[in-house]
Structure formats: C-alpha cells, structure tokens
Design a protein around this ligand. Structure first.
Ligand code: CUA
Length: 224
C-alpha cells in the first residue's frame, strides 16, 4: 500500500505490474536522455556568439533530427504494445470475481462458488481500531495467491473504476457493460485500491481491499 510521502509506484505484487514498472523505468530513462540532450543544445545556443547570415536551410541536419526522434518513439512504442497485449491475455483463470460499482460502495460476487455475494463498504472513521483510515472496508475480497484470477467489472448507476495499483489493475465499471481483466497475485498480503473514476460526491469513499491468502485458507473461507 502507499505510505507517507511515497511518490513512486507501489511495489508490484503481480507479474504484470512488475512488467509495467520495468516499462515505466525504461521510458523514464529515454525521457531523461532527451531532456539532458535538449538542455545541452539550448545552453550551447544561448551562450555563443556565432552568426551565419547566409543560413537558410540544411537538408541533412533536418533529415537527421526528423529520423532520430522517430526511431526513439519506436523504442517506446514496441514495448508499450507488447505490454498492452500482455495485459489483455487471459490464461485459464481459476476463479472469477465479479465486482459491481454502486454509489458509493462495491459489491462482489463469486460466481463459481454457489454465487457468494456481499457488499463492501468503507470503514467509518469512528471504528478504525486496527484499520486504515479511508482505505479499509468491512467485507474484504478474499483471493488465493499464485492463481490466475479473472475480474468482471460492471456498475449499476454511474461509471466507477476498479483500481488496485500494486496489482496493476484499472478497469472502468460501466452500467450496462461487463468489462474483463485478469491478474495473478504472487504473494500473500493485503492490497488496497480506490475507485478512480469521478463518480459523485463520495467518490473518495469507496475503497477496494483484497486479502491474498493461500489456497488452503481460501477453500476454508469459501466453505464457511
Ligand atoms: Cu466510484 Cu469514484
């Protein structure tokens, strides 16, 4: 989860989030290289006394500074496309979780298991013993780690967005539409997310919490 003054991405808890962090760092390195190069060139242009009264055109330099950025963009575009298609790949999901956005809470359905369903409301500020303010919910999502999990996302009233930064998941919840995504949690733990589509007055108060546990404990939970 995000803690005080963390300005970076949260630690990835799924292979796809790891790939996204790699891509972010890769793109940032290219950005830094470009920024430094442009700063150096501008400094050189500002602080010299060169004058060329007959300079009208330079075919070769224009060719170079058109092609070089194009090649740079390819180095960003290709990994980006790879990641985009990887994110959409669904590989034999073991469990399907349906999450439904409401104003202002989420409700969940485990369609595989006798259709277990429950609502998930944010914890009130007055009942915060051992809970995280504005982030915790009364009924958490329980999911087994090291399994491919499919998420179906929809809404009943307005557009919400089911978002968990550490898992690299962000899917809009639209009324009348069923969106699909998937993830693979690679460790036990509690993962926090928030709605990230401006959905009305209490938009900030519909958090998402996933408890990632072992398969054995998950089966125990399902049986209860
Ligand atoms: Cu639901 Cu913002």
């Amino acid at each position: 989860m995000a803690t005080w003054s963390n300005l970076n991405l949260q630690n990835g808890a799924s292979p796809l989030m790891e790939q996204m962090i790699f891509f972010h760092d890769h793109t940032l390195m290219i950005l830094i290289m470009i920024t430094i190069l442009v700063m150096y060139l501008m400094m050189n242009l500002f602080f010299n006394k060169f004058i060329n009264r007959f300079l009208l055109e330079g075919q070769m330099i224009e060719l170079i500074w058109t092609i070089l950025p194009a090649i740079t963009l390819i180095f960003i575009a290709l990994p980006s496309l790879r990641l985009l298609y990887l994110l959409d790949e669904l590989n034999n999901p073991l469990i399907t979780l349906k999450s439904i956005g409401h104003q202002w809470y989420w409700s969940y359905e485990y369609s595989d298991f006798n259709n277990i369903e429950f609502d998930s409301y944010m914890i009130n500020n007055n009942d915060l013993l051992n809970k995280f303010r504005l982030l915790d919910v009364d009924n958490r999502i329980i999911l087994p780690m090291n399994n491919q999990i499919r998420i179906l996302v929809t809404a009943t009233d307005v557009i919400h967005s089911w978002t968990i930064p550490s898992l690299g998941v962000k899917v809009d919840a639209n009324p009348g539409r069923l969106n699909q995504t998937n993830f693979f949690i690679n460790r036990p733990g509690i993962f926090f997310g928030q709605c990230s589509e401006i959905c009305g007055a209490n938009h900030s108060f519909m958090p998402i919490v996933i408890e990632s546990i072992s398969m054995k404990n998950f089966i125990n939970w399902i049986n209860n």
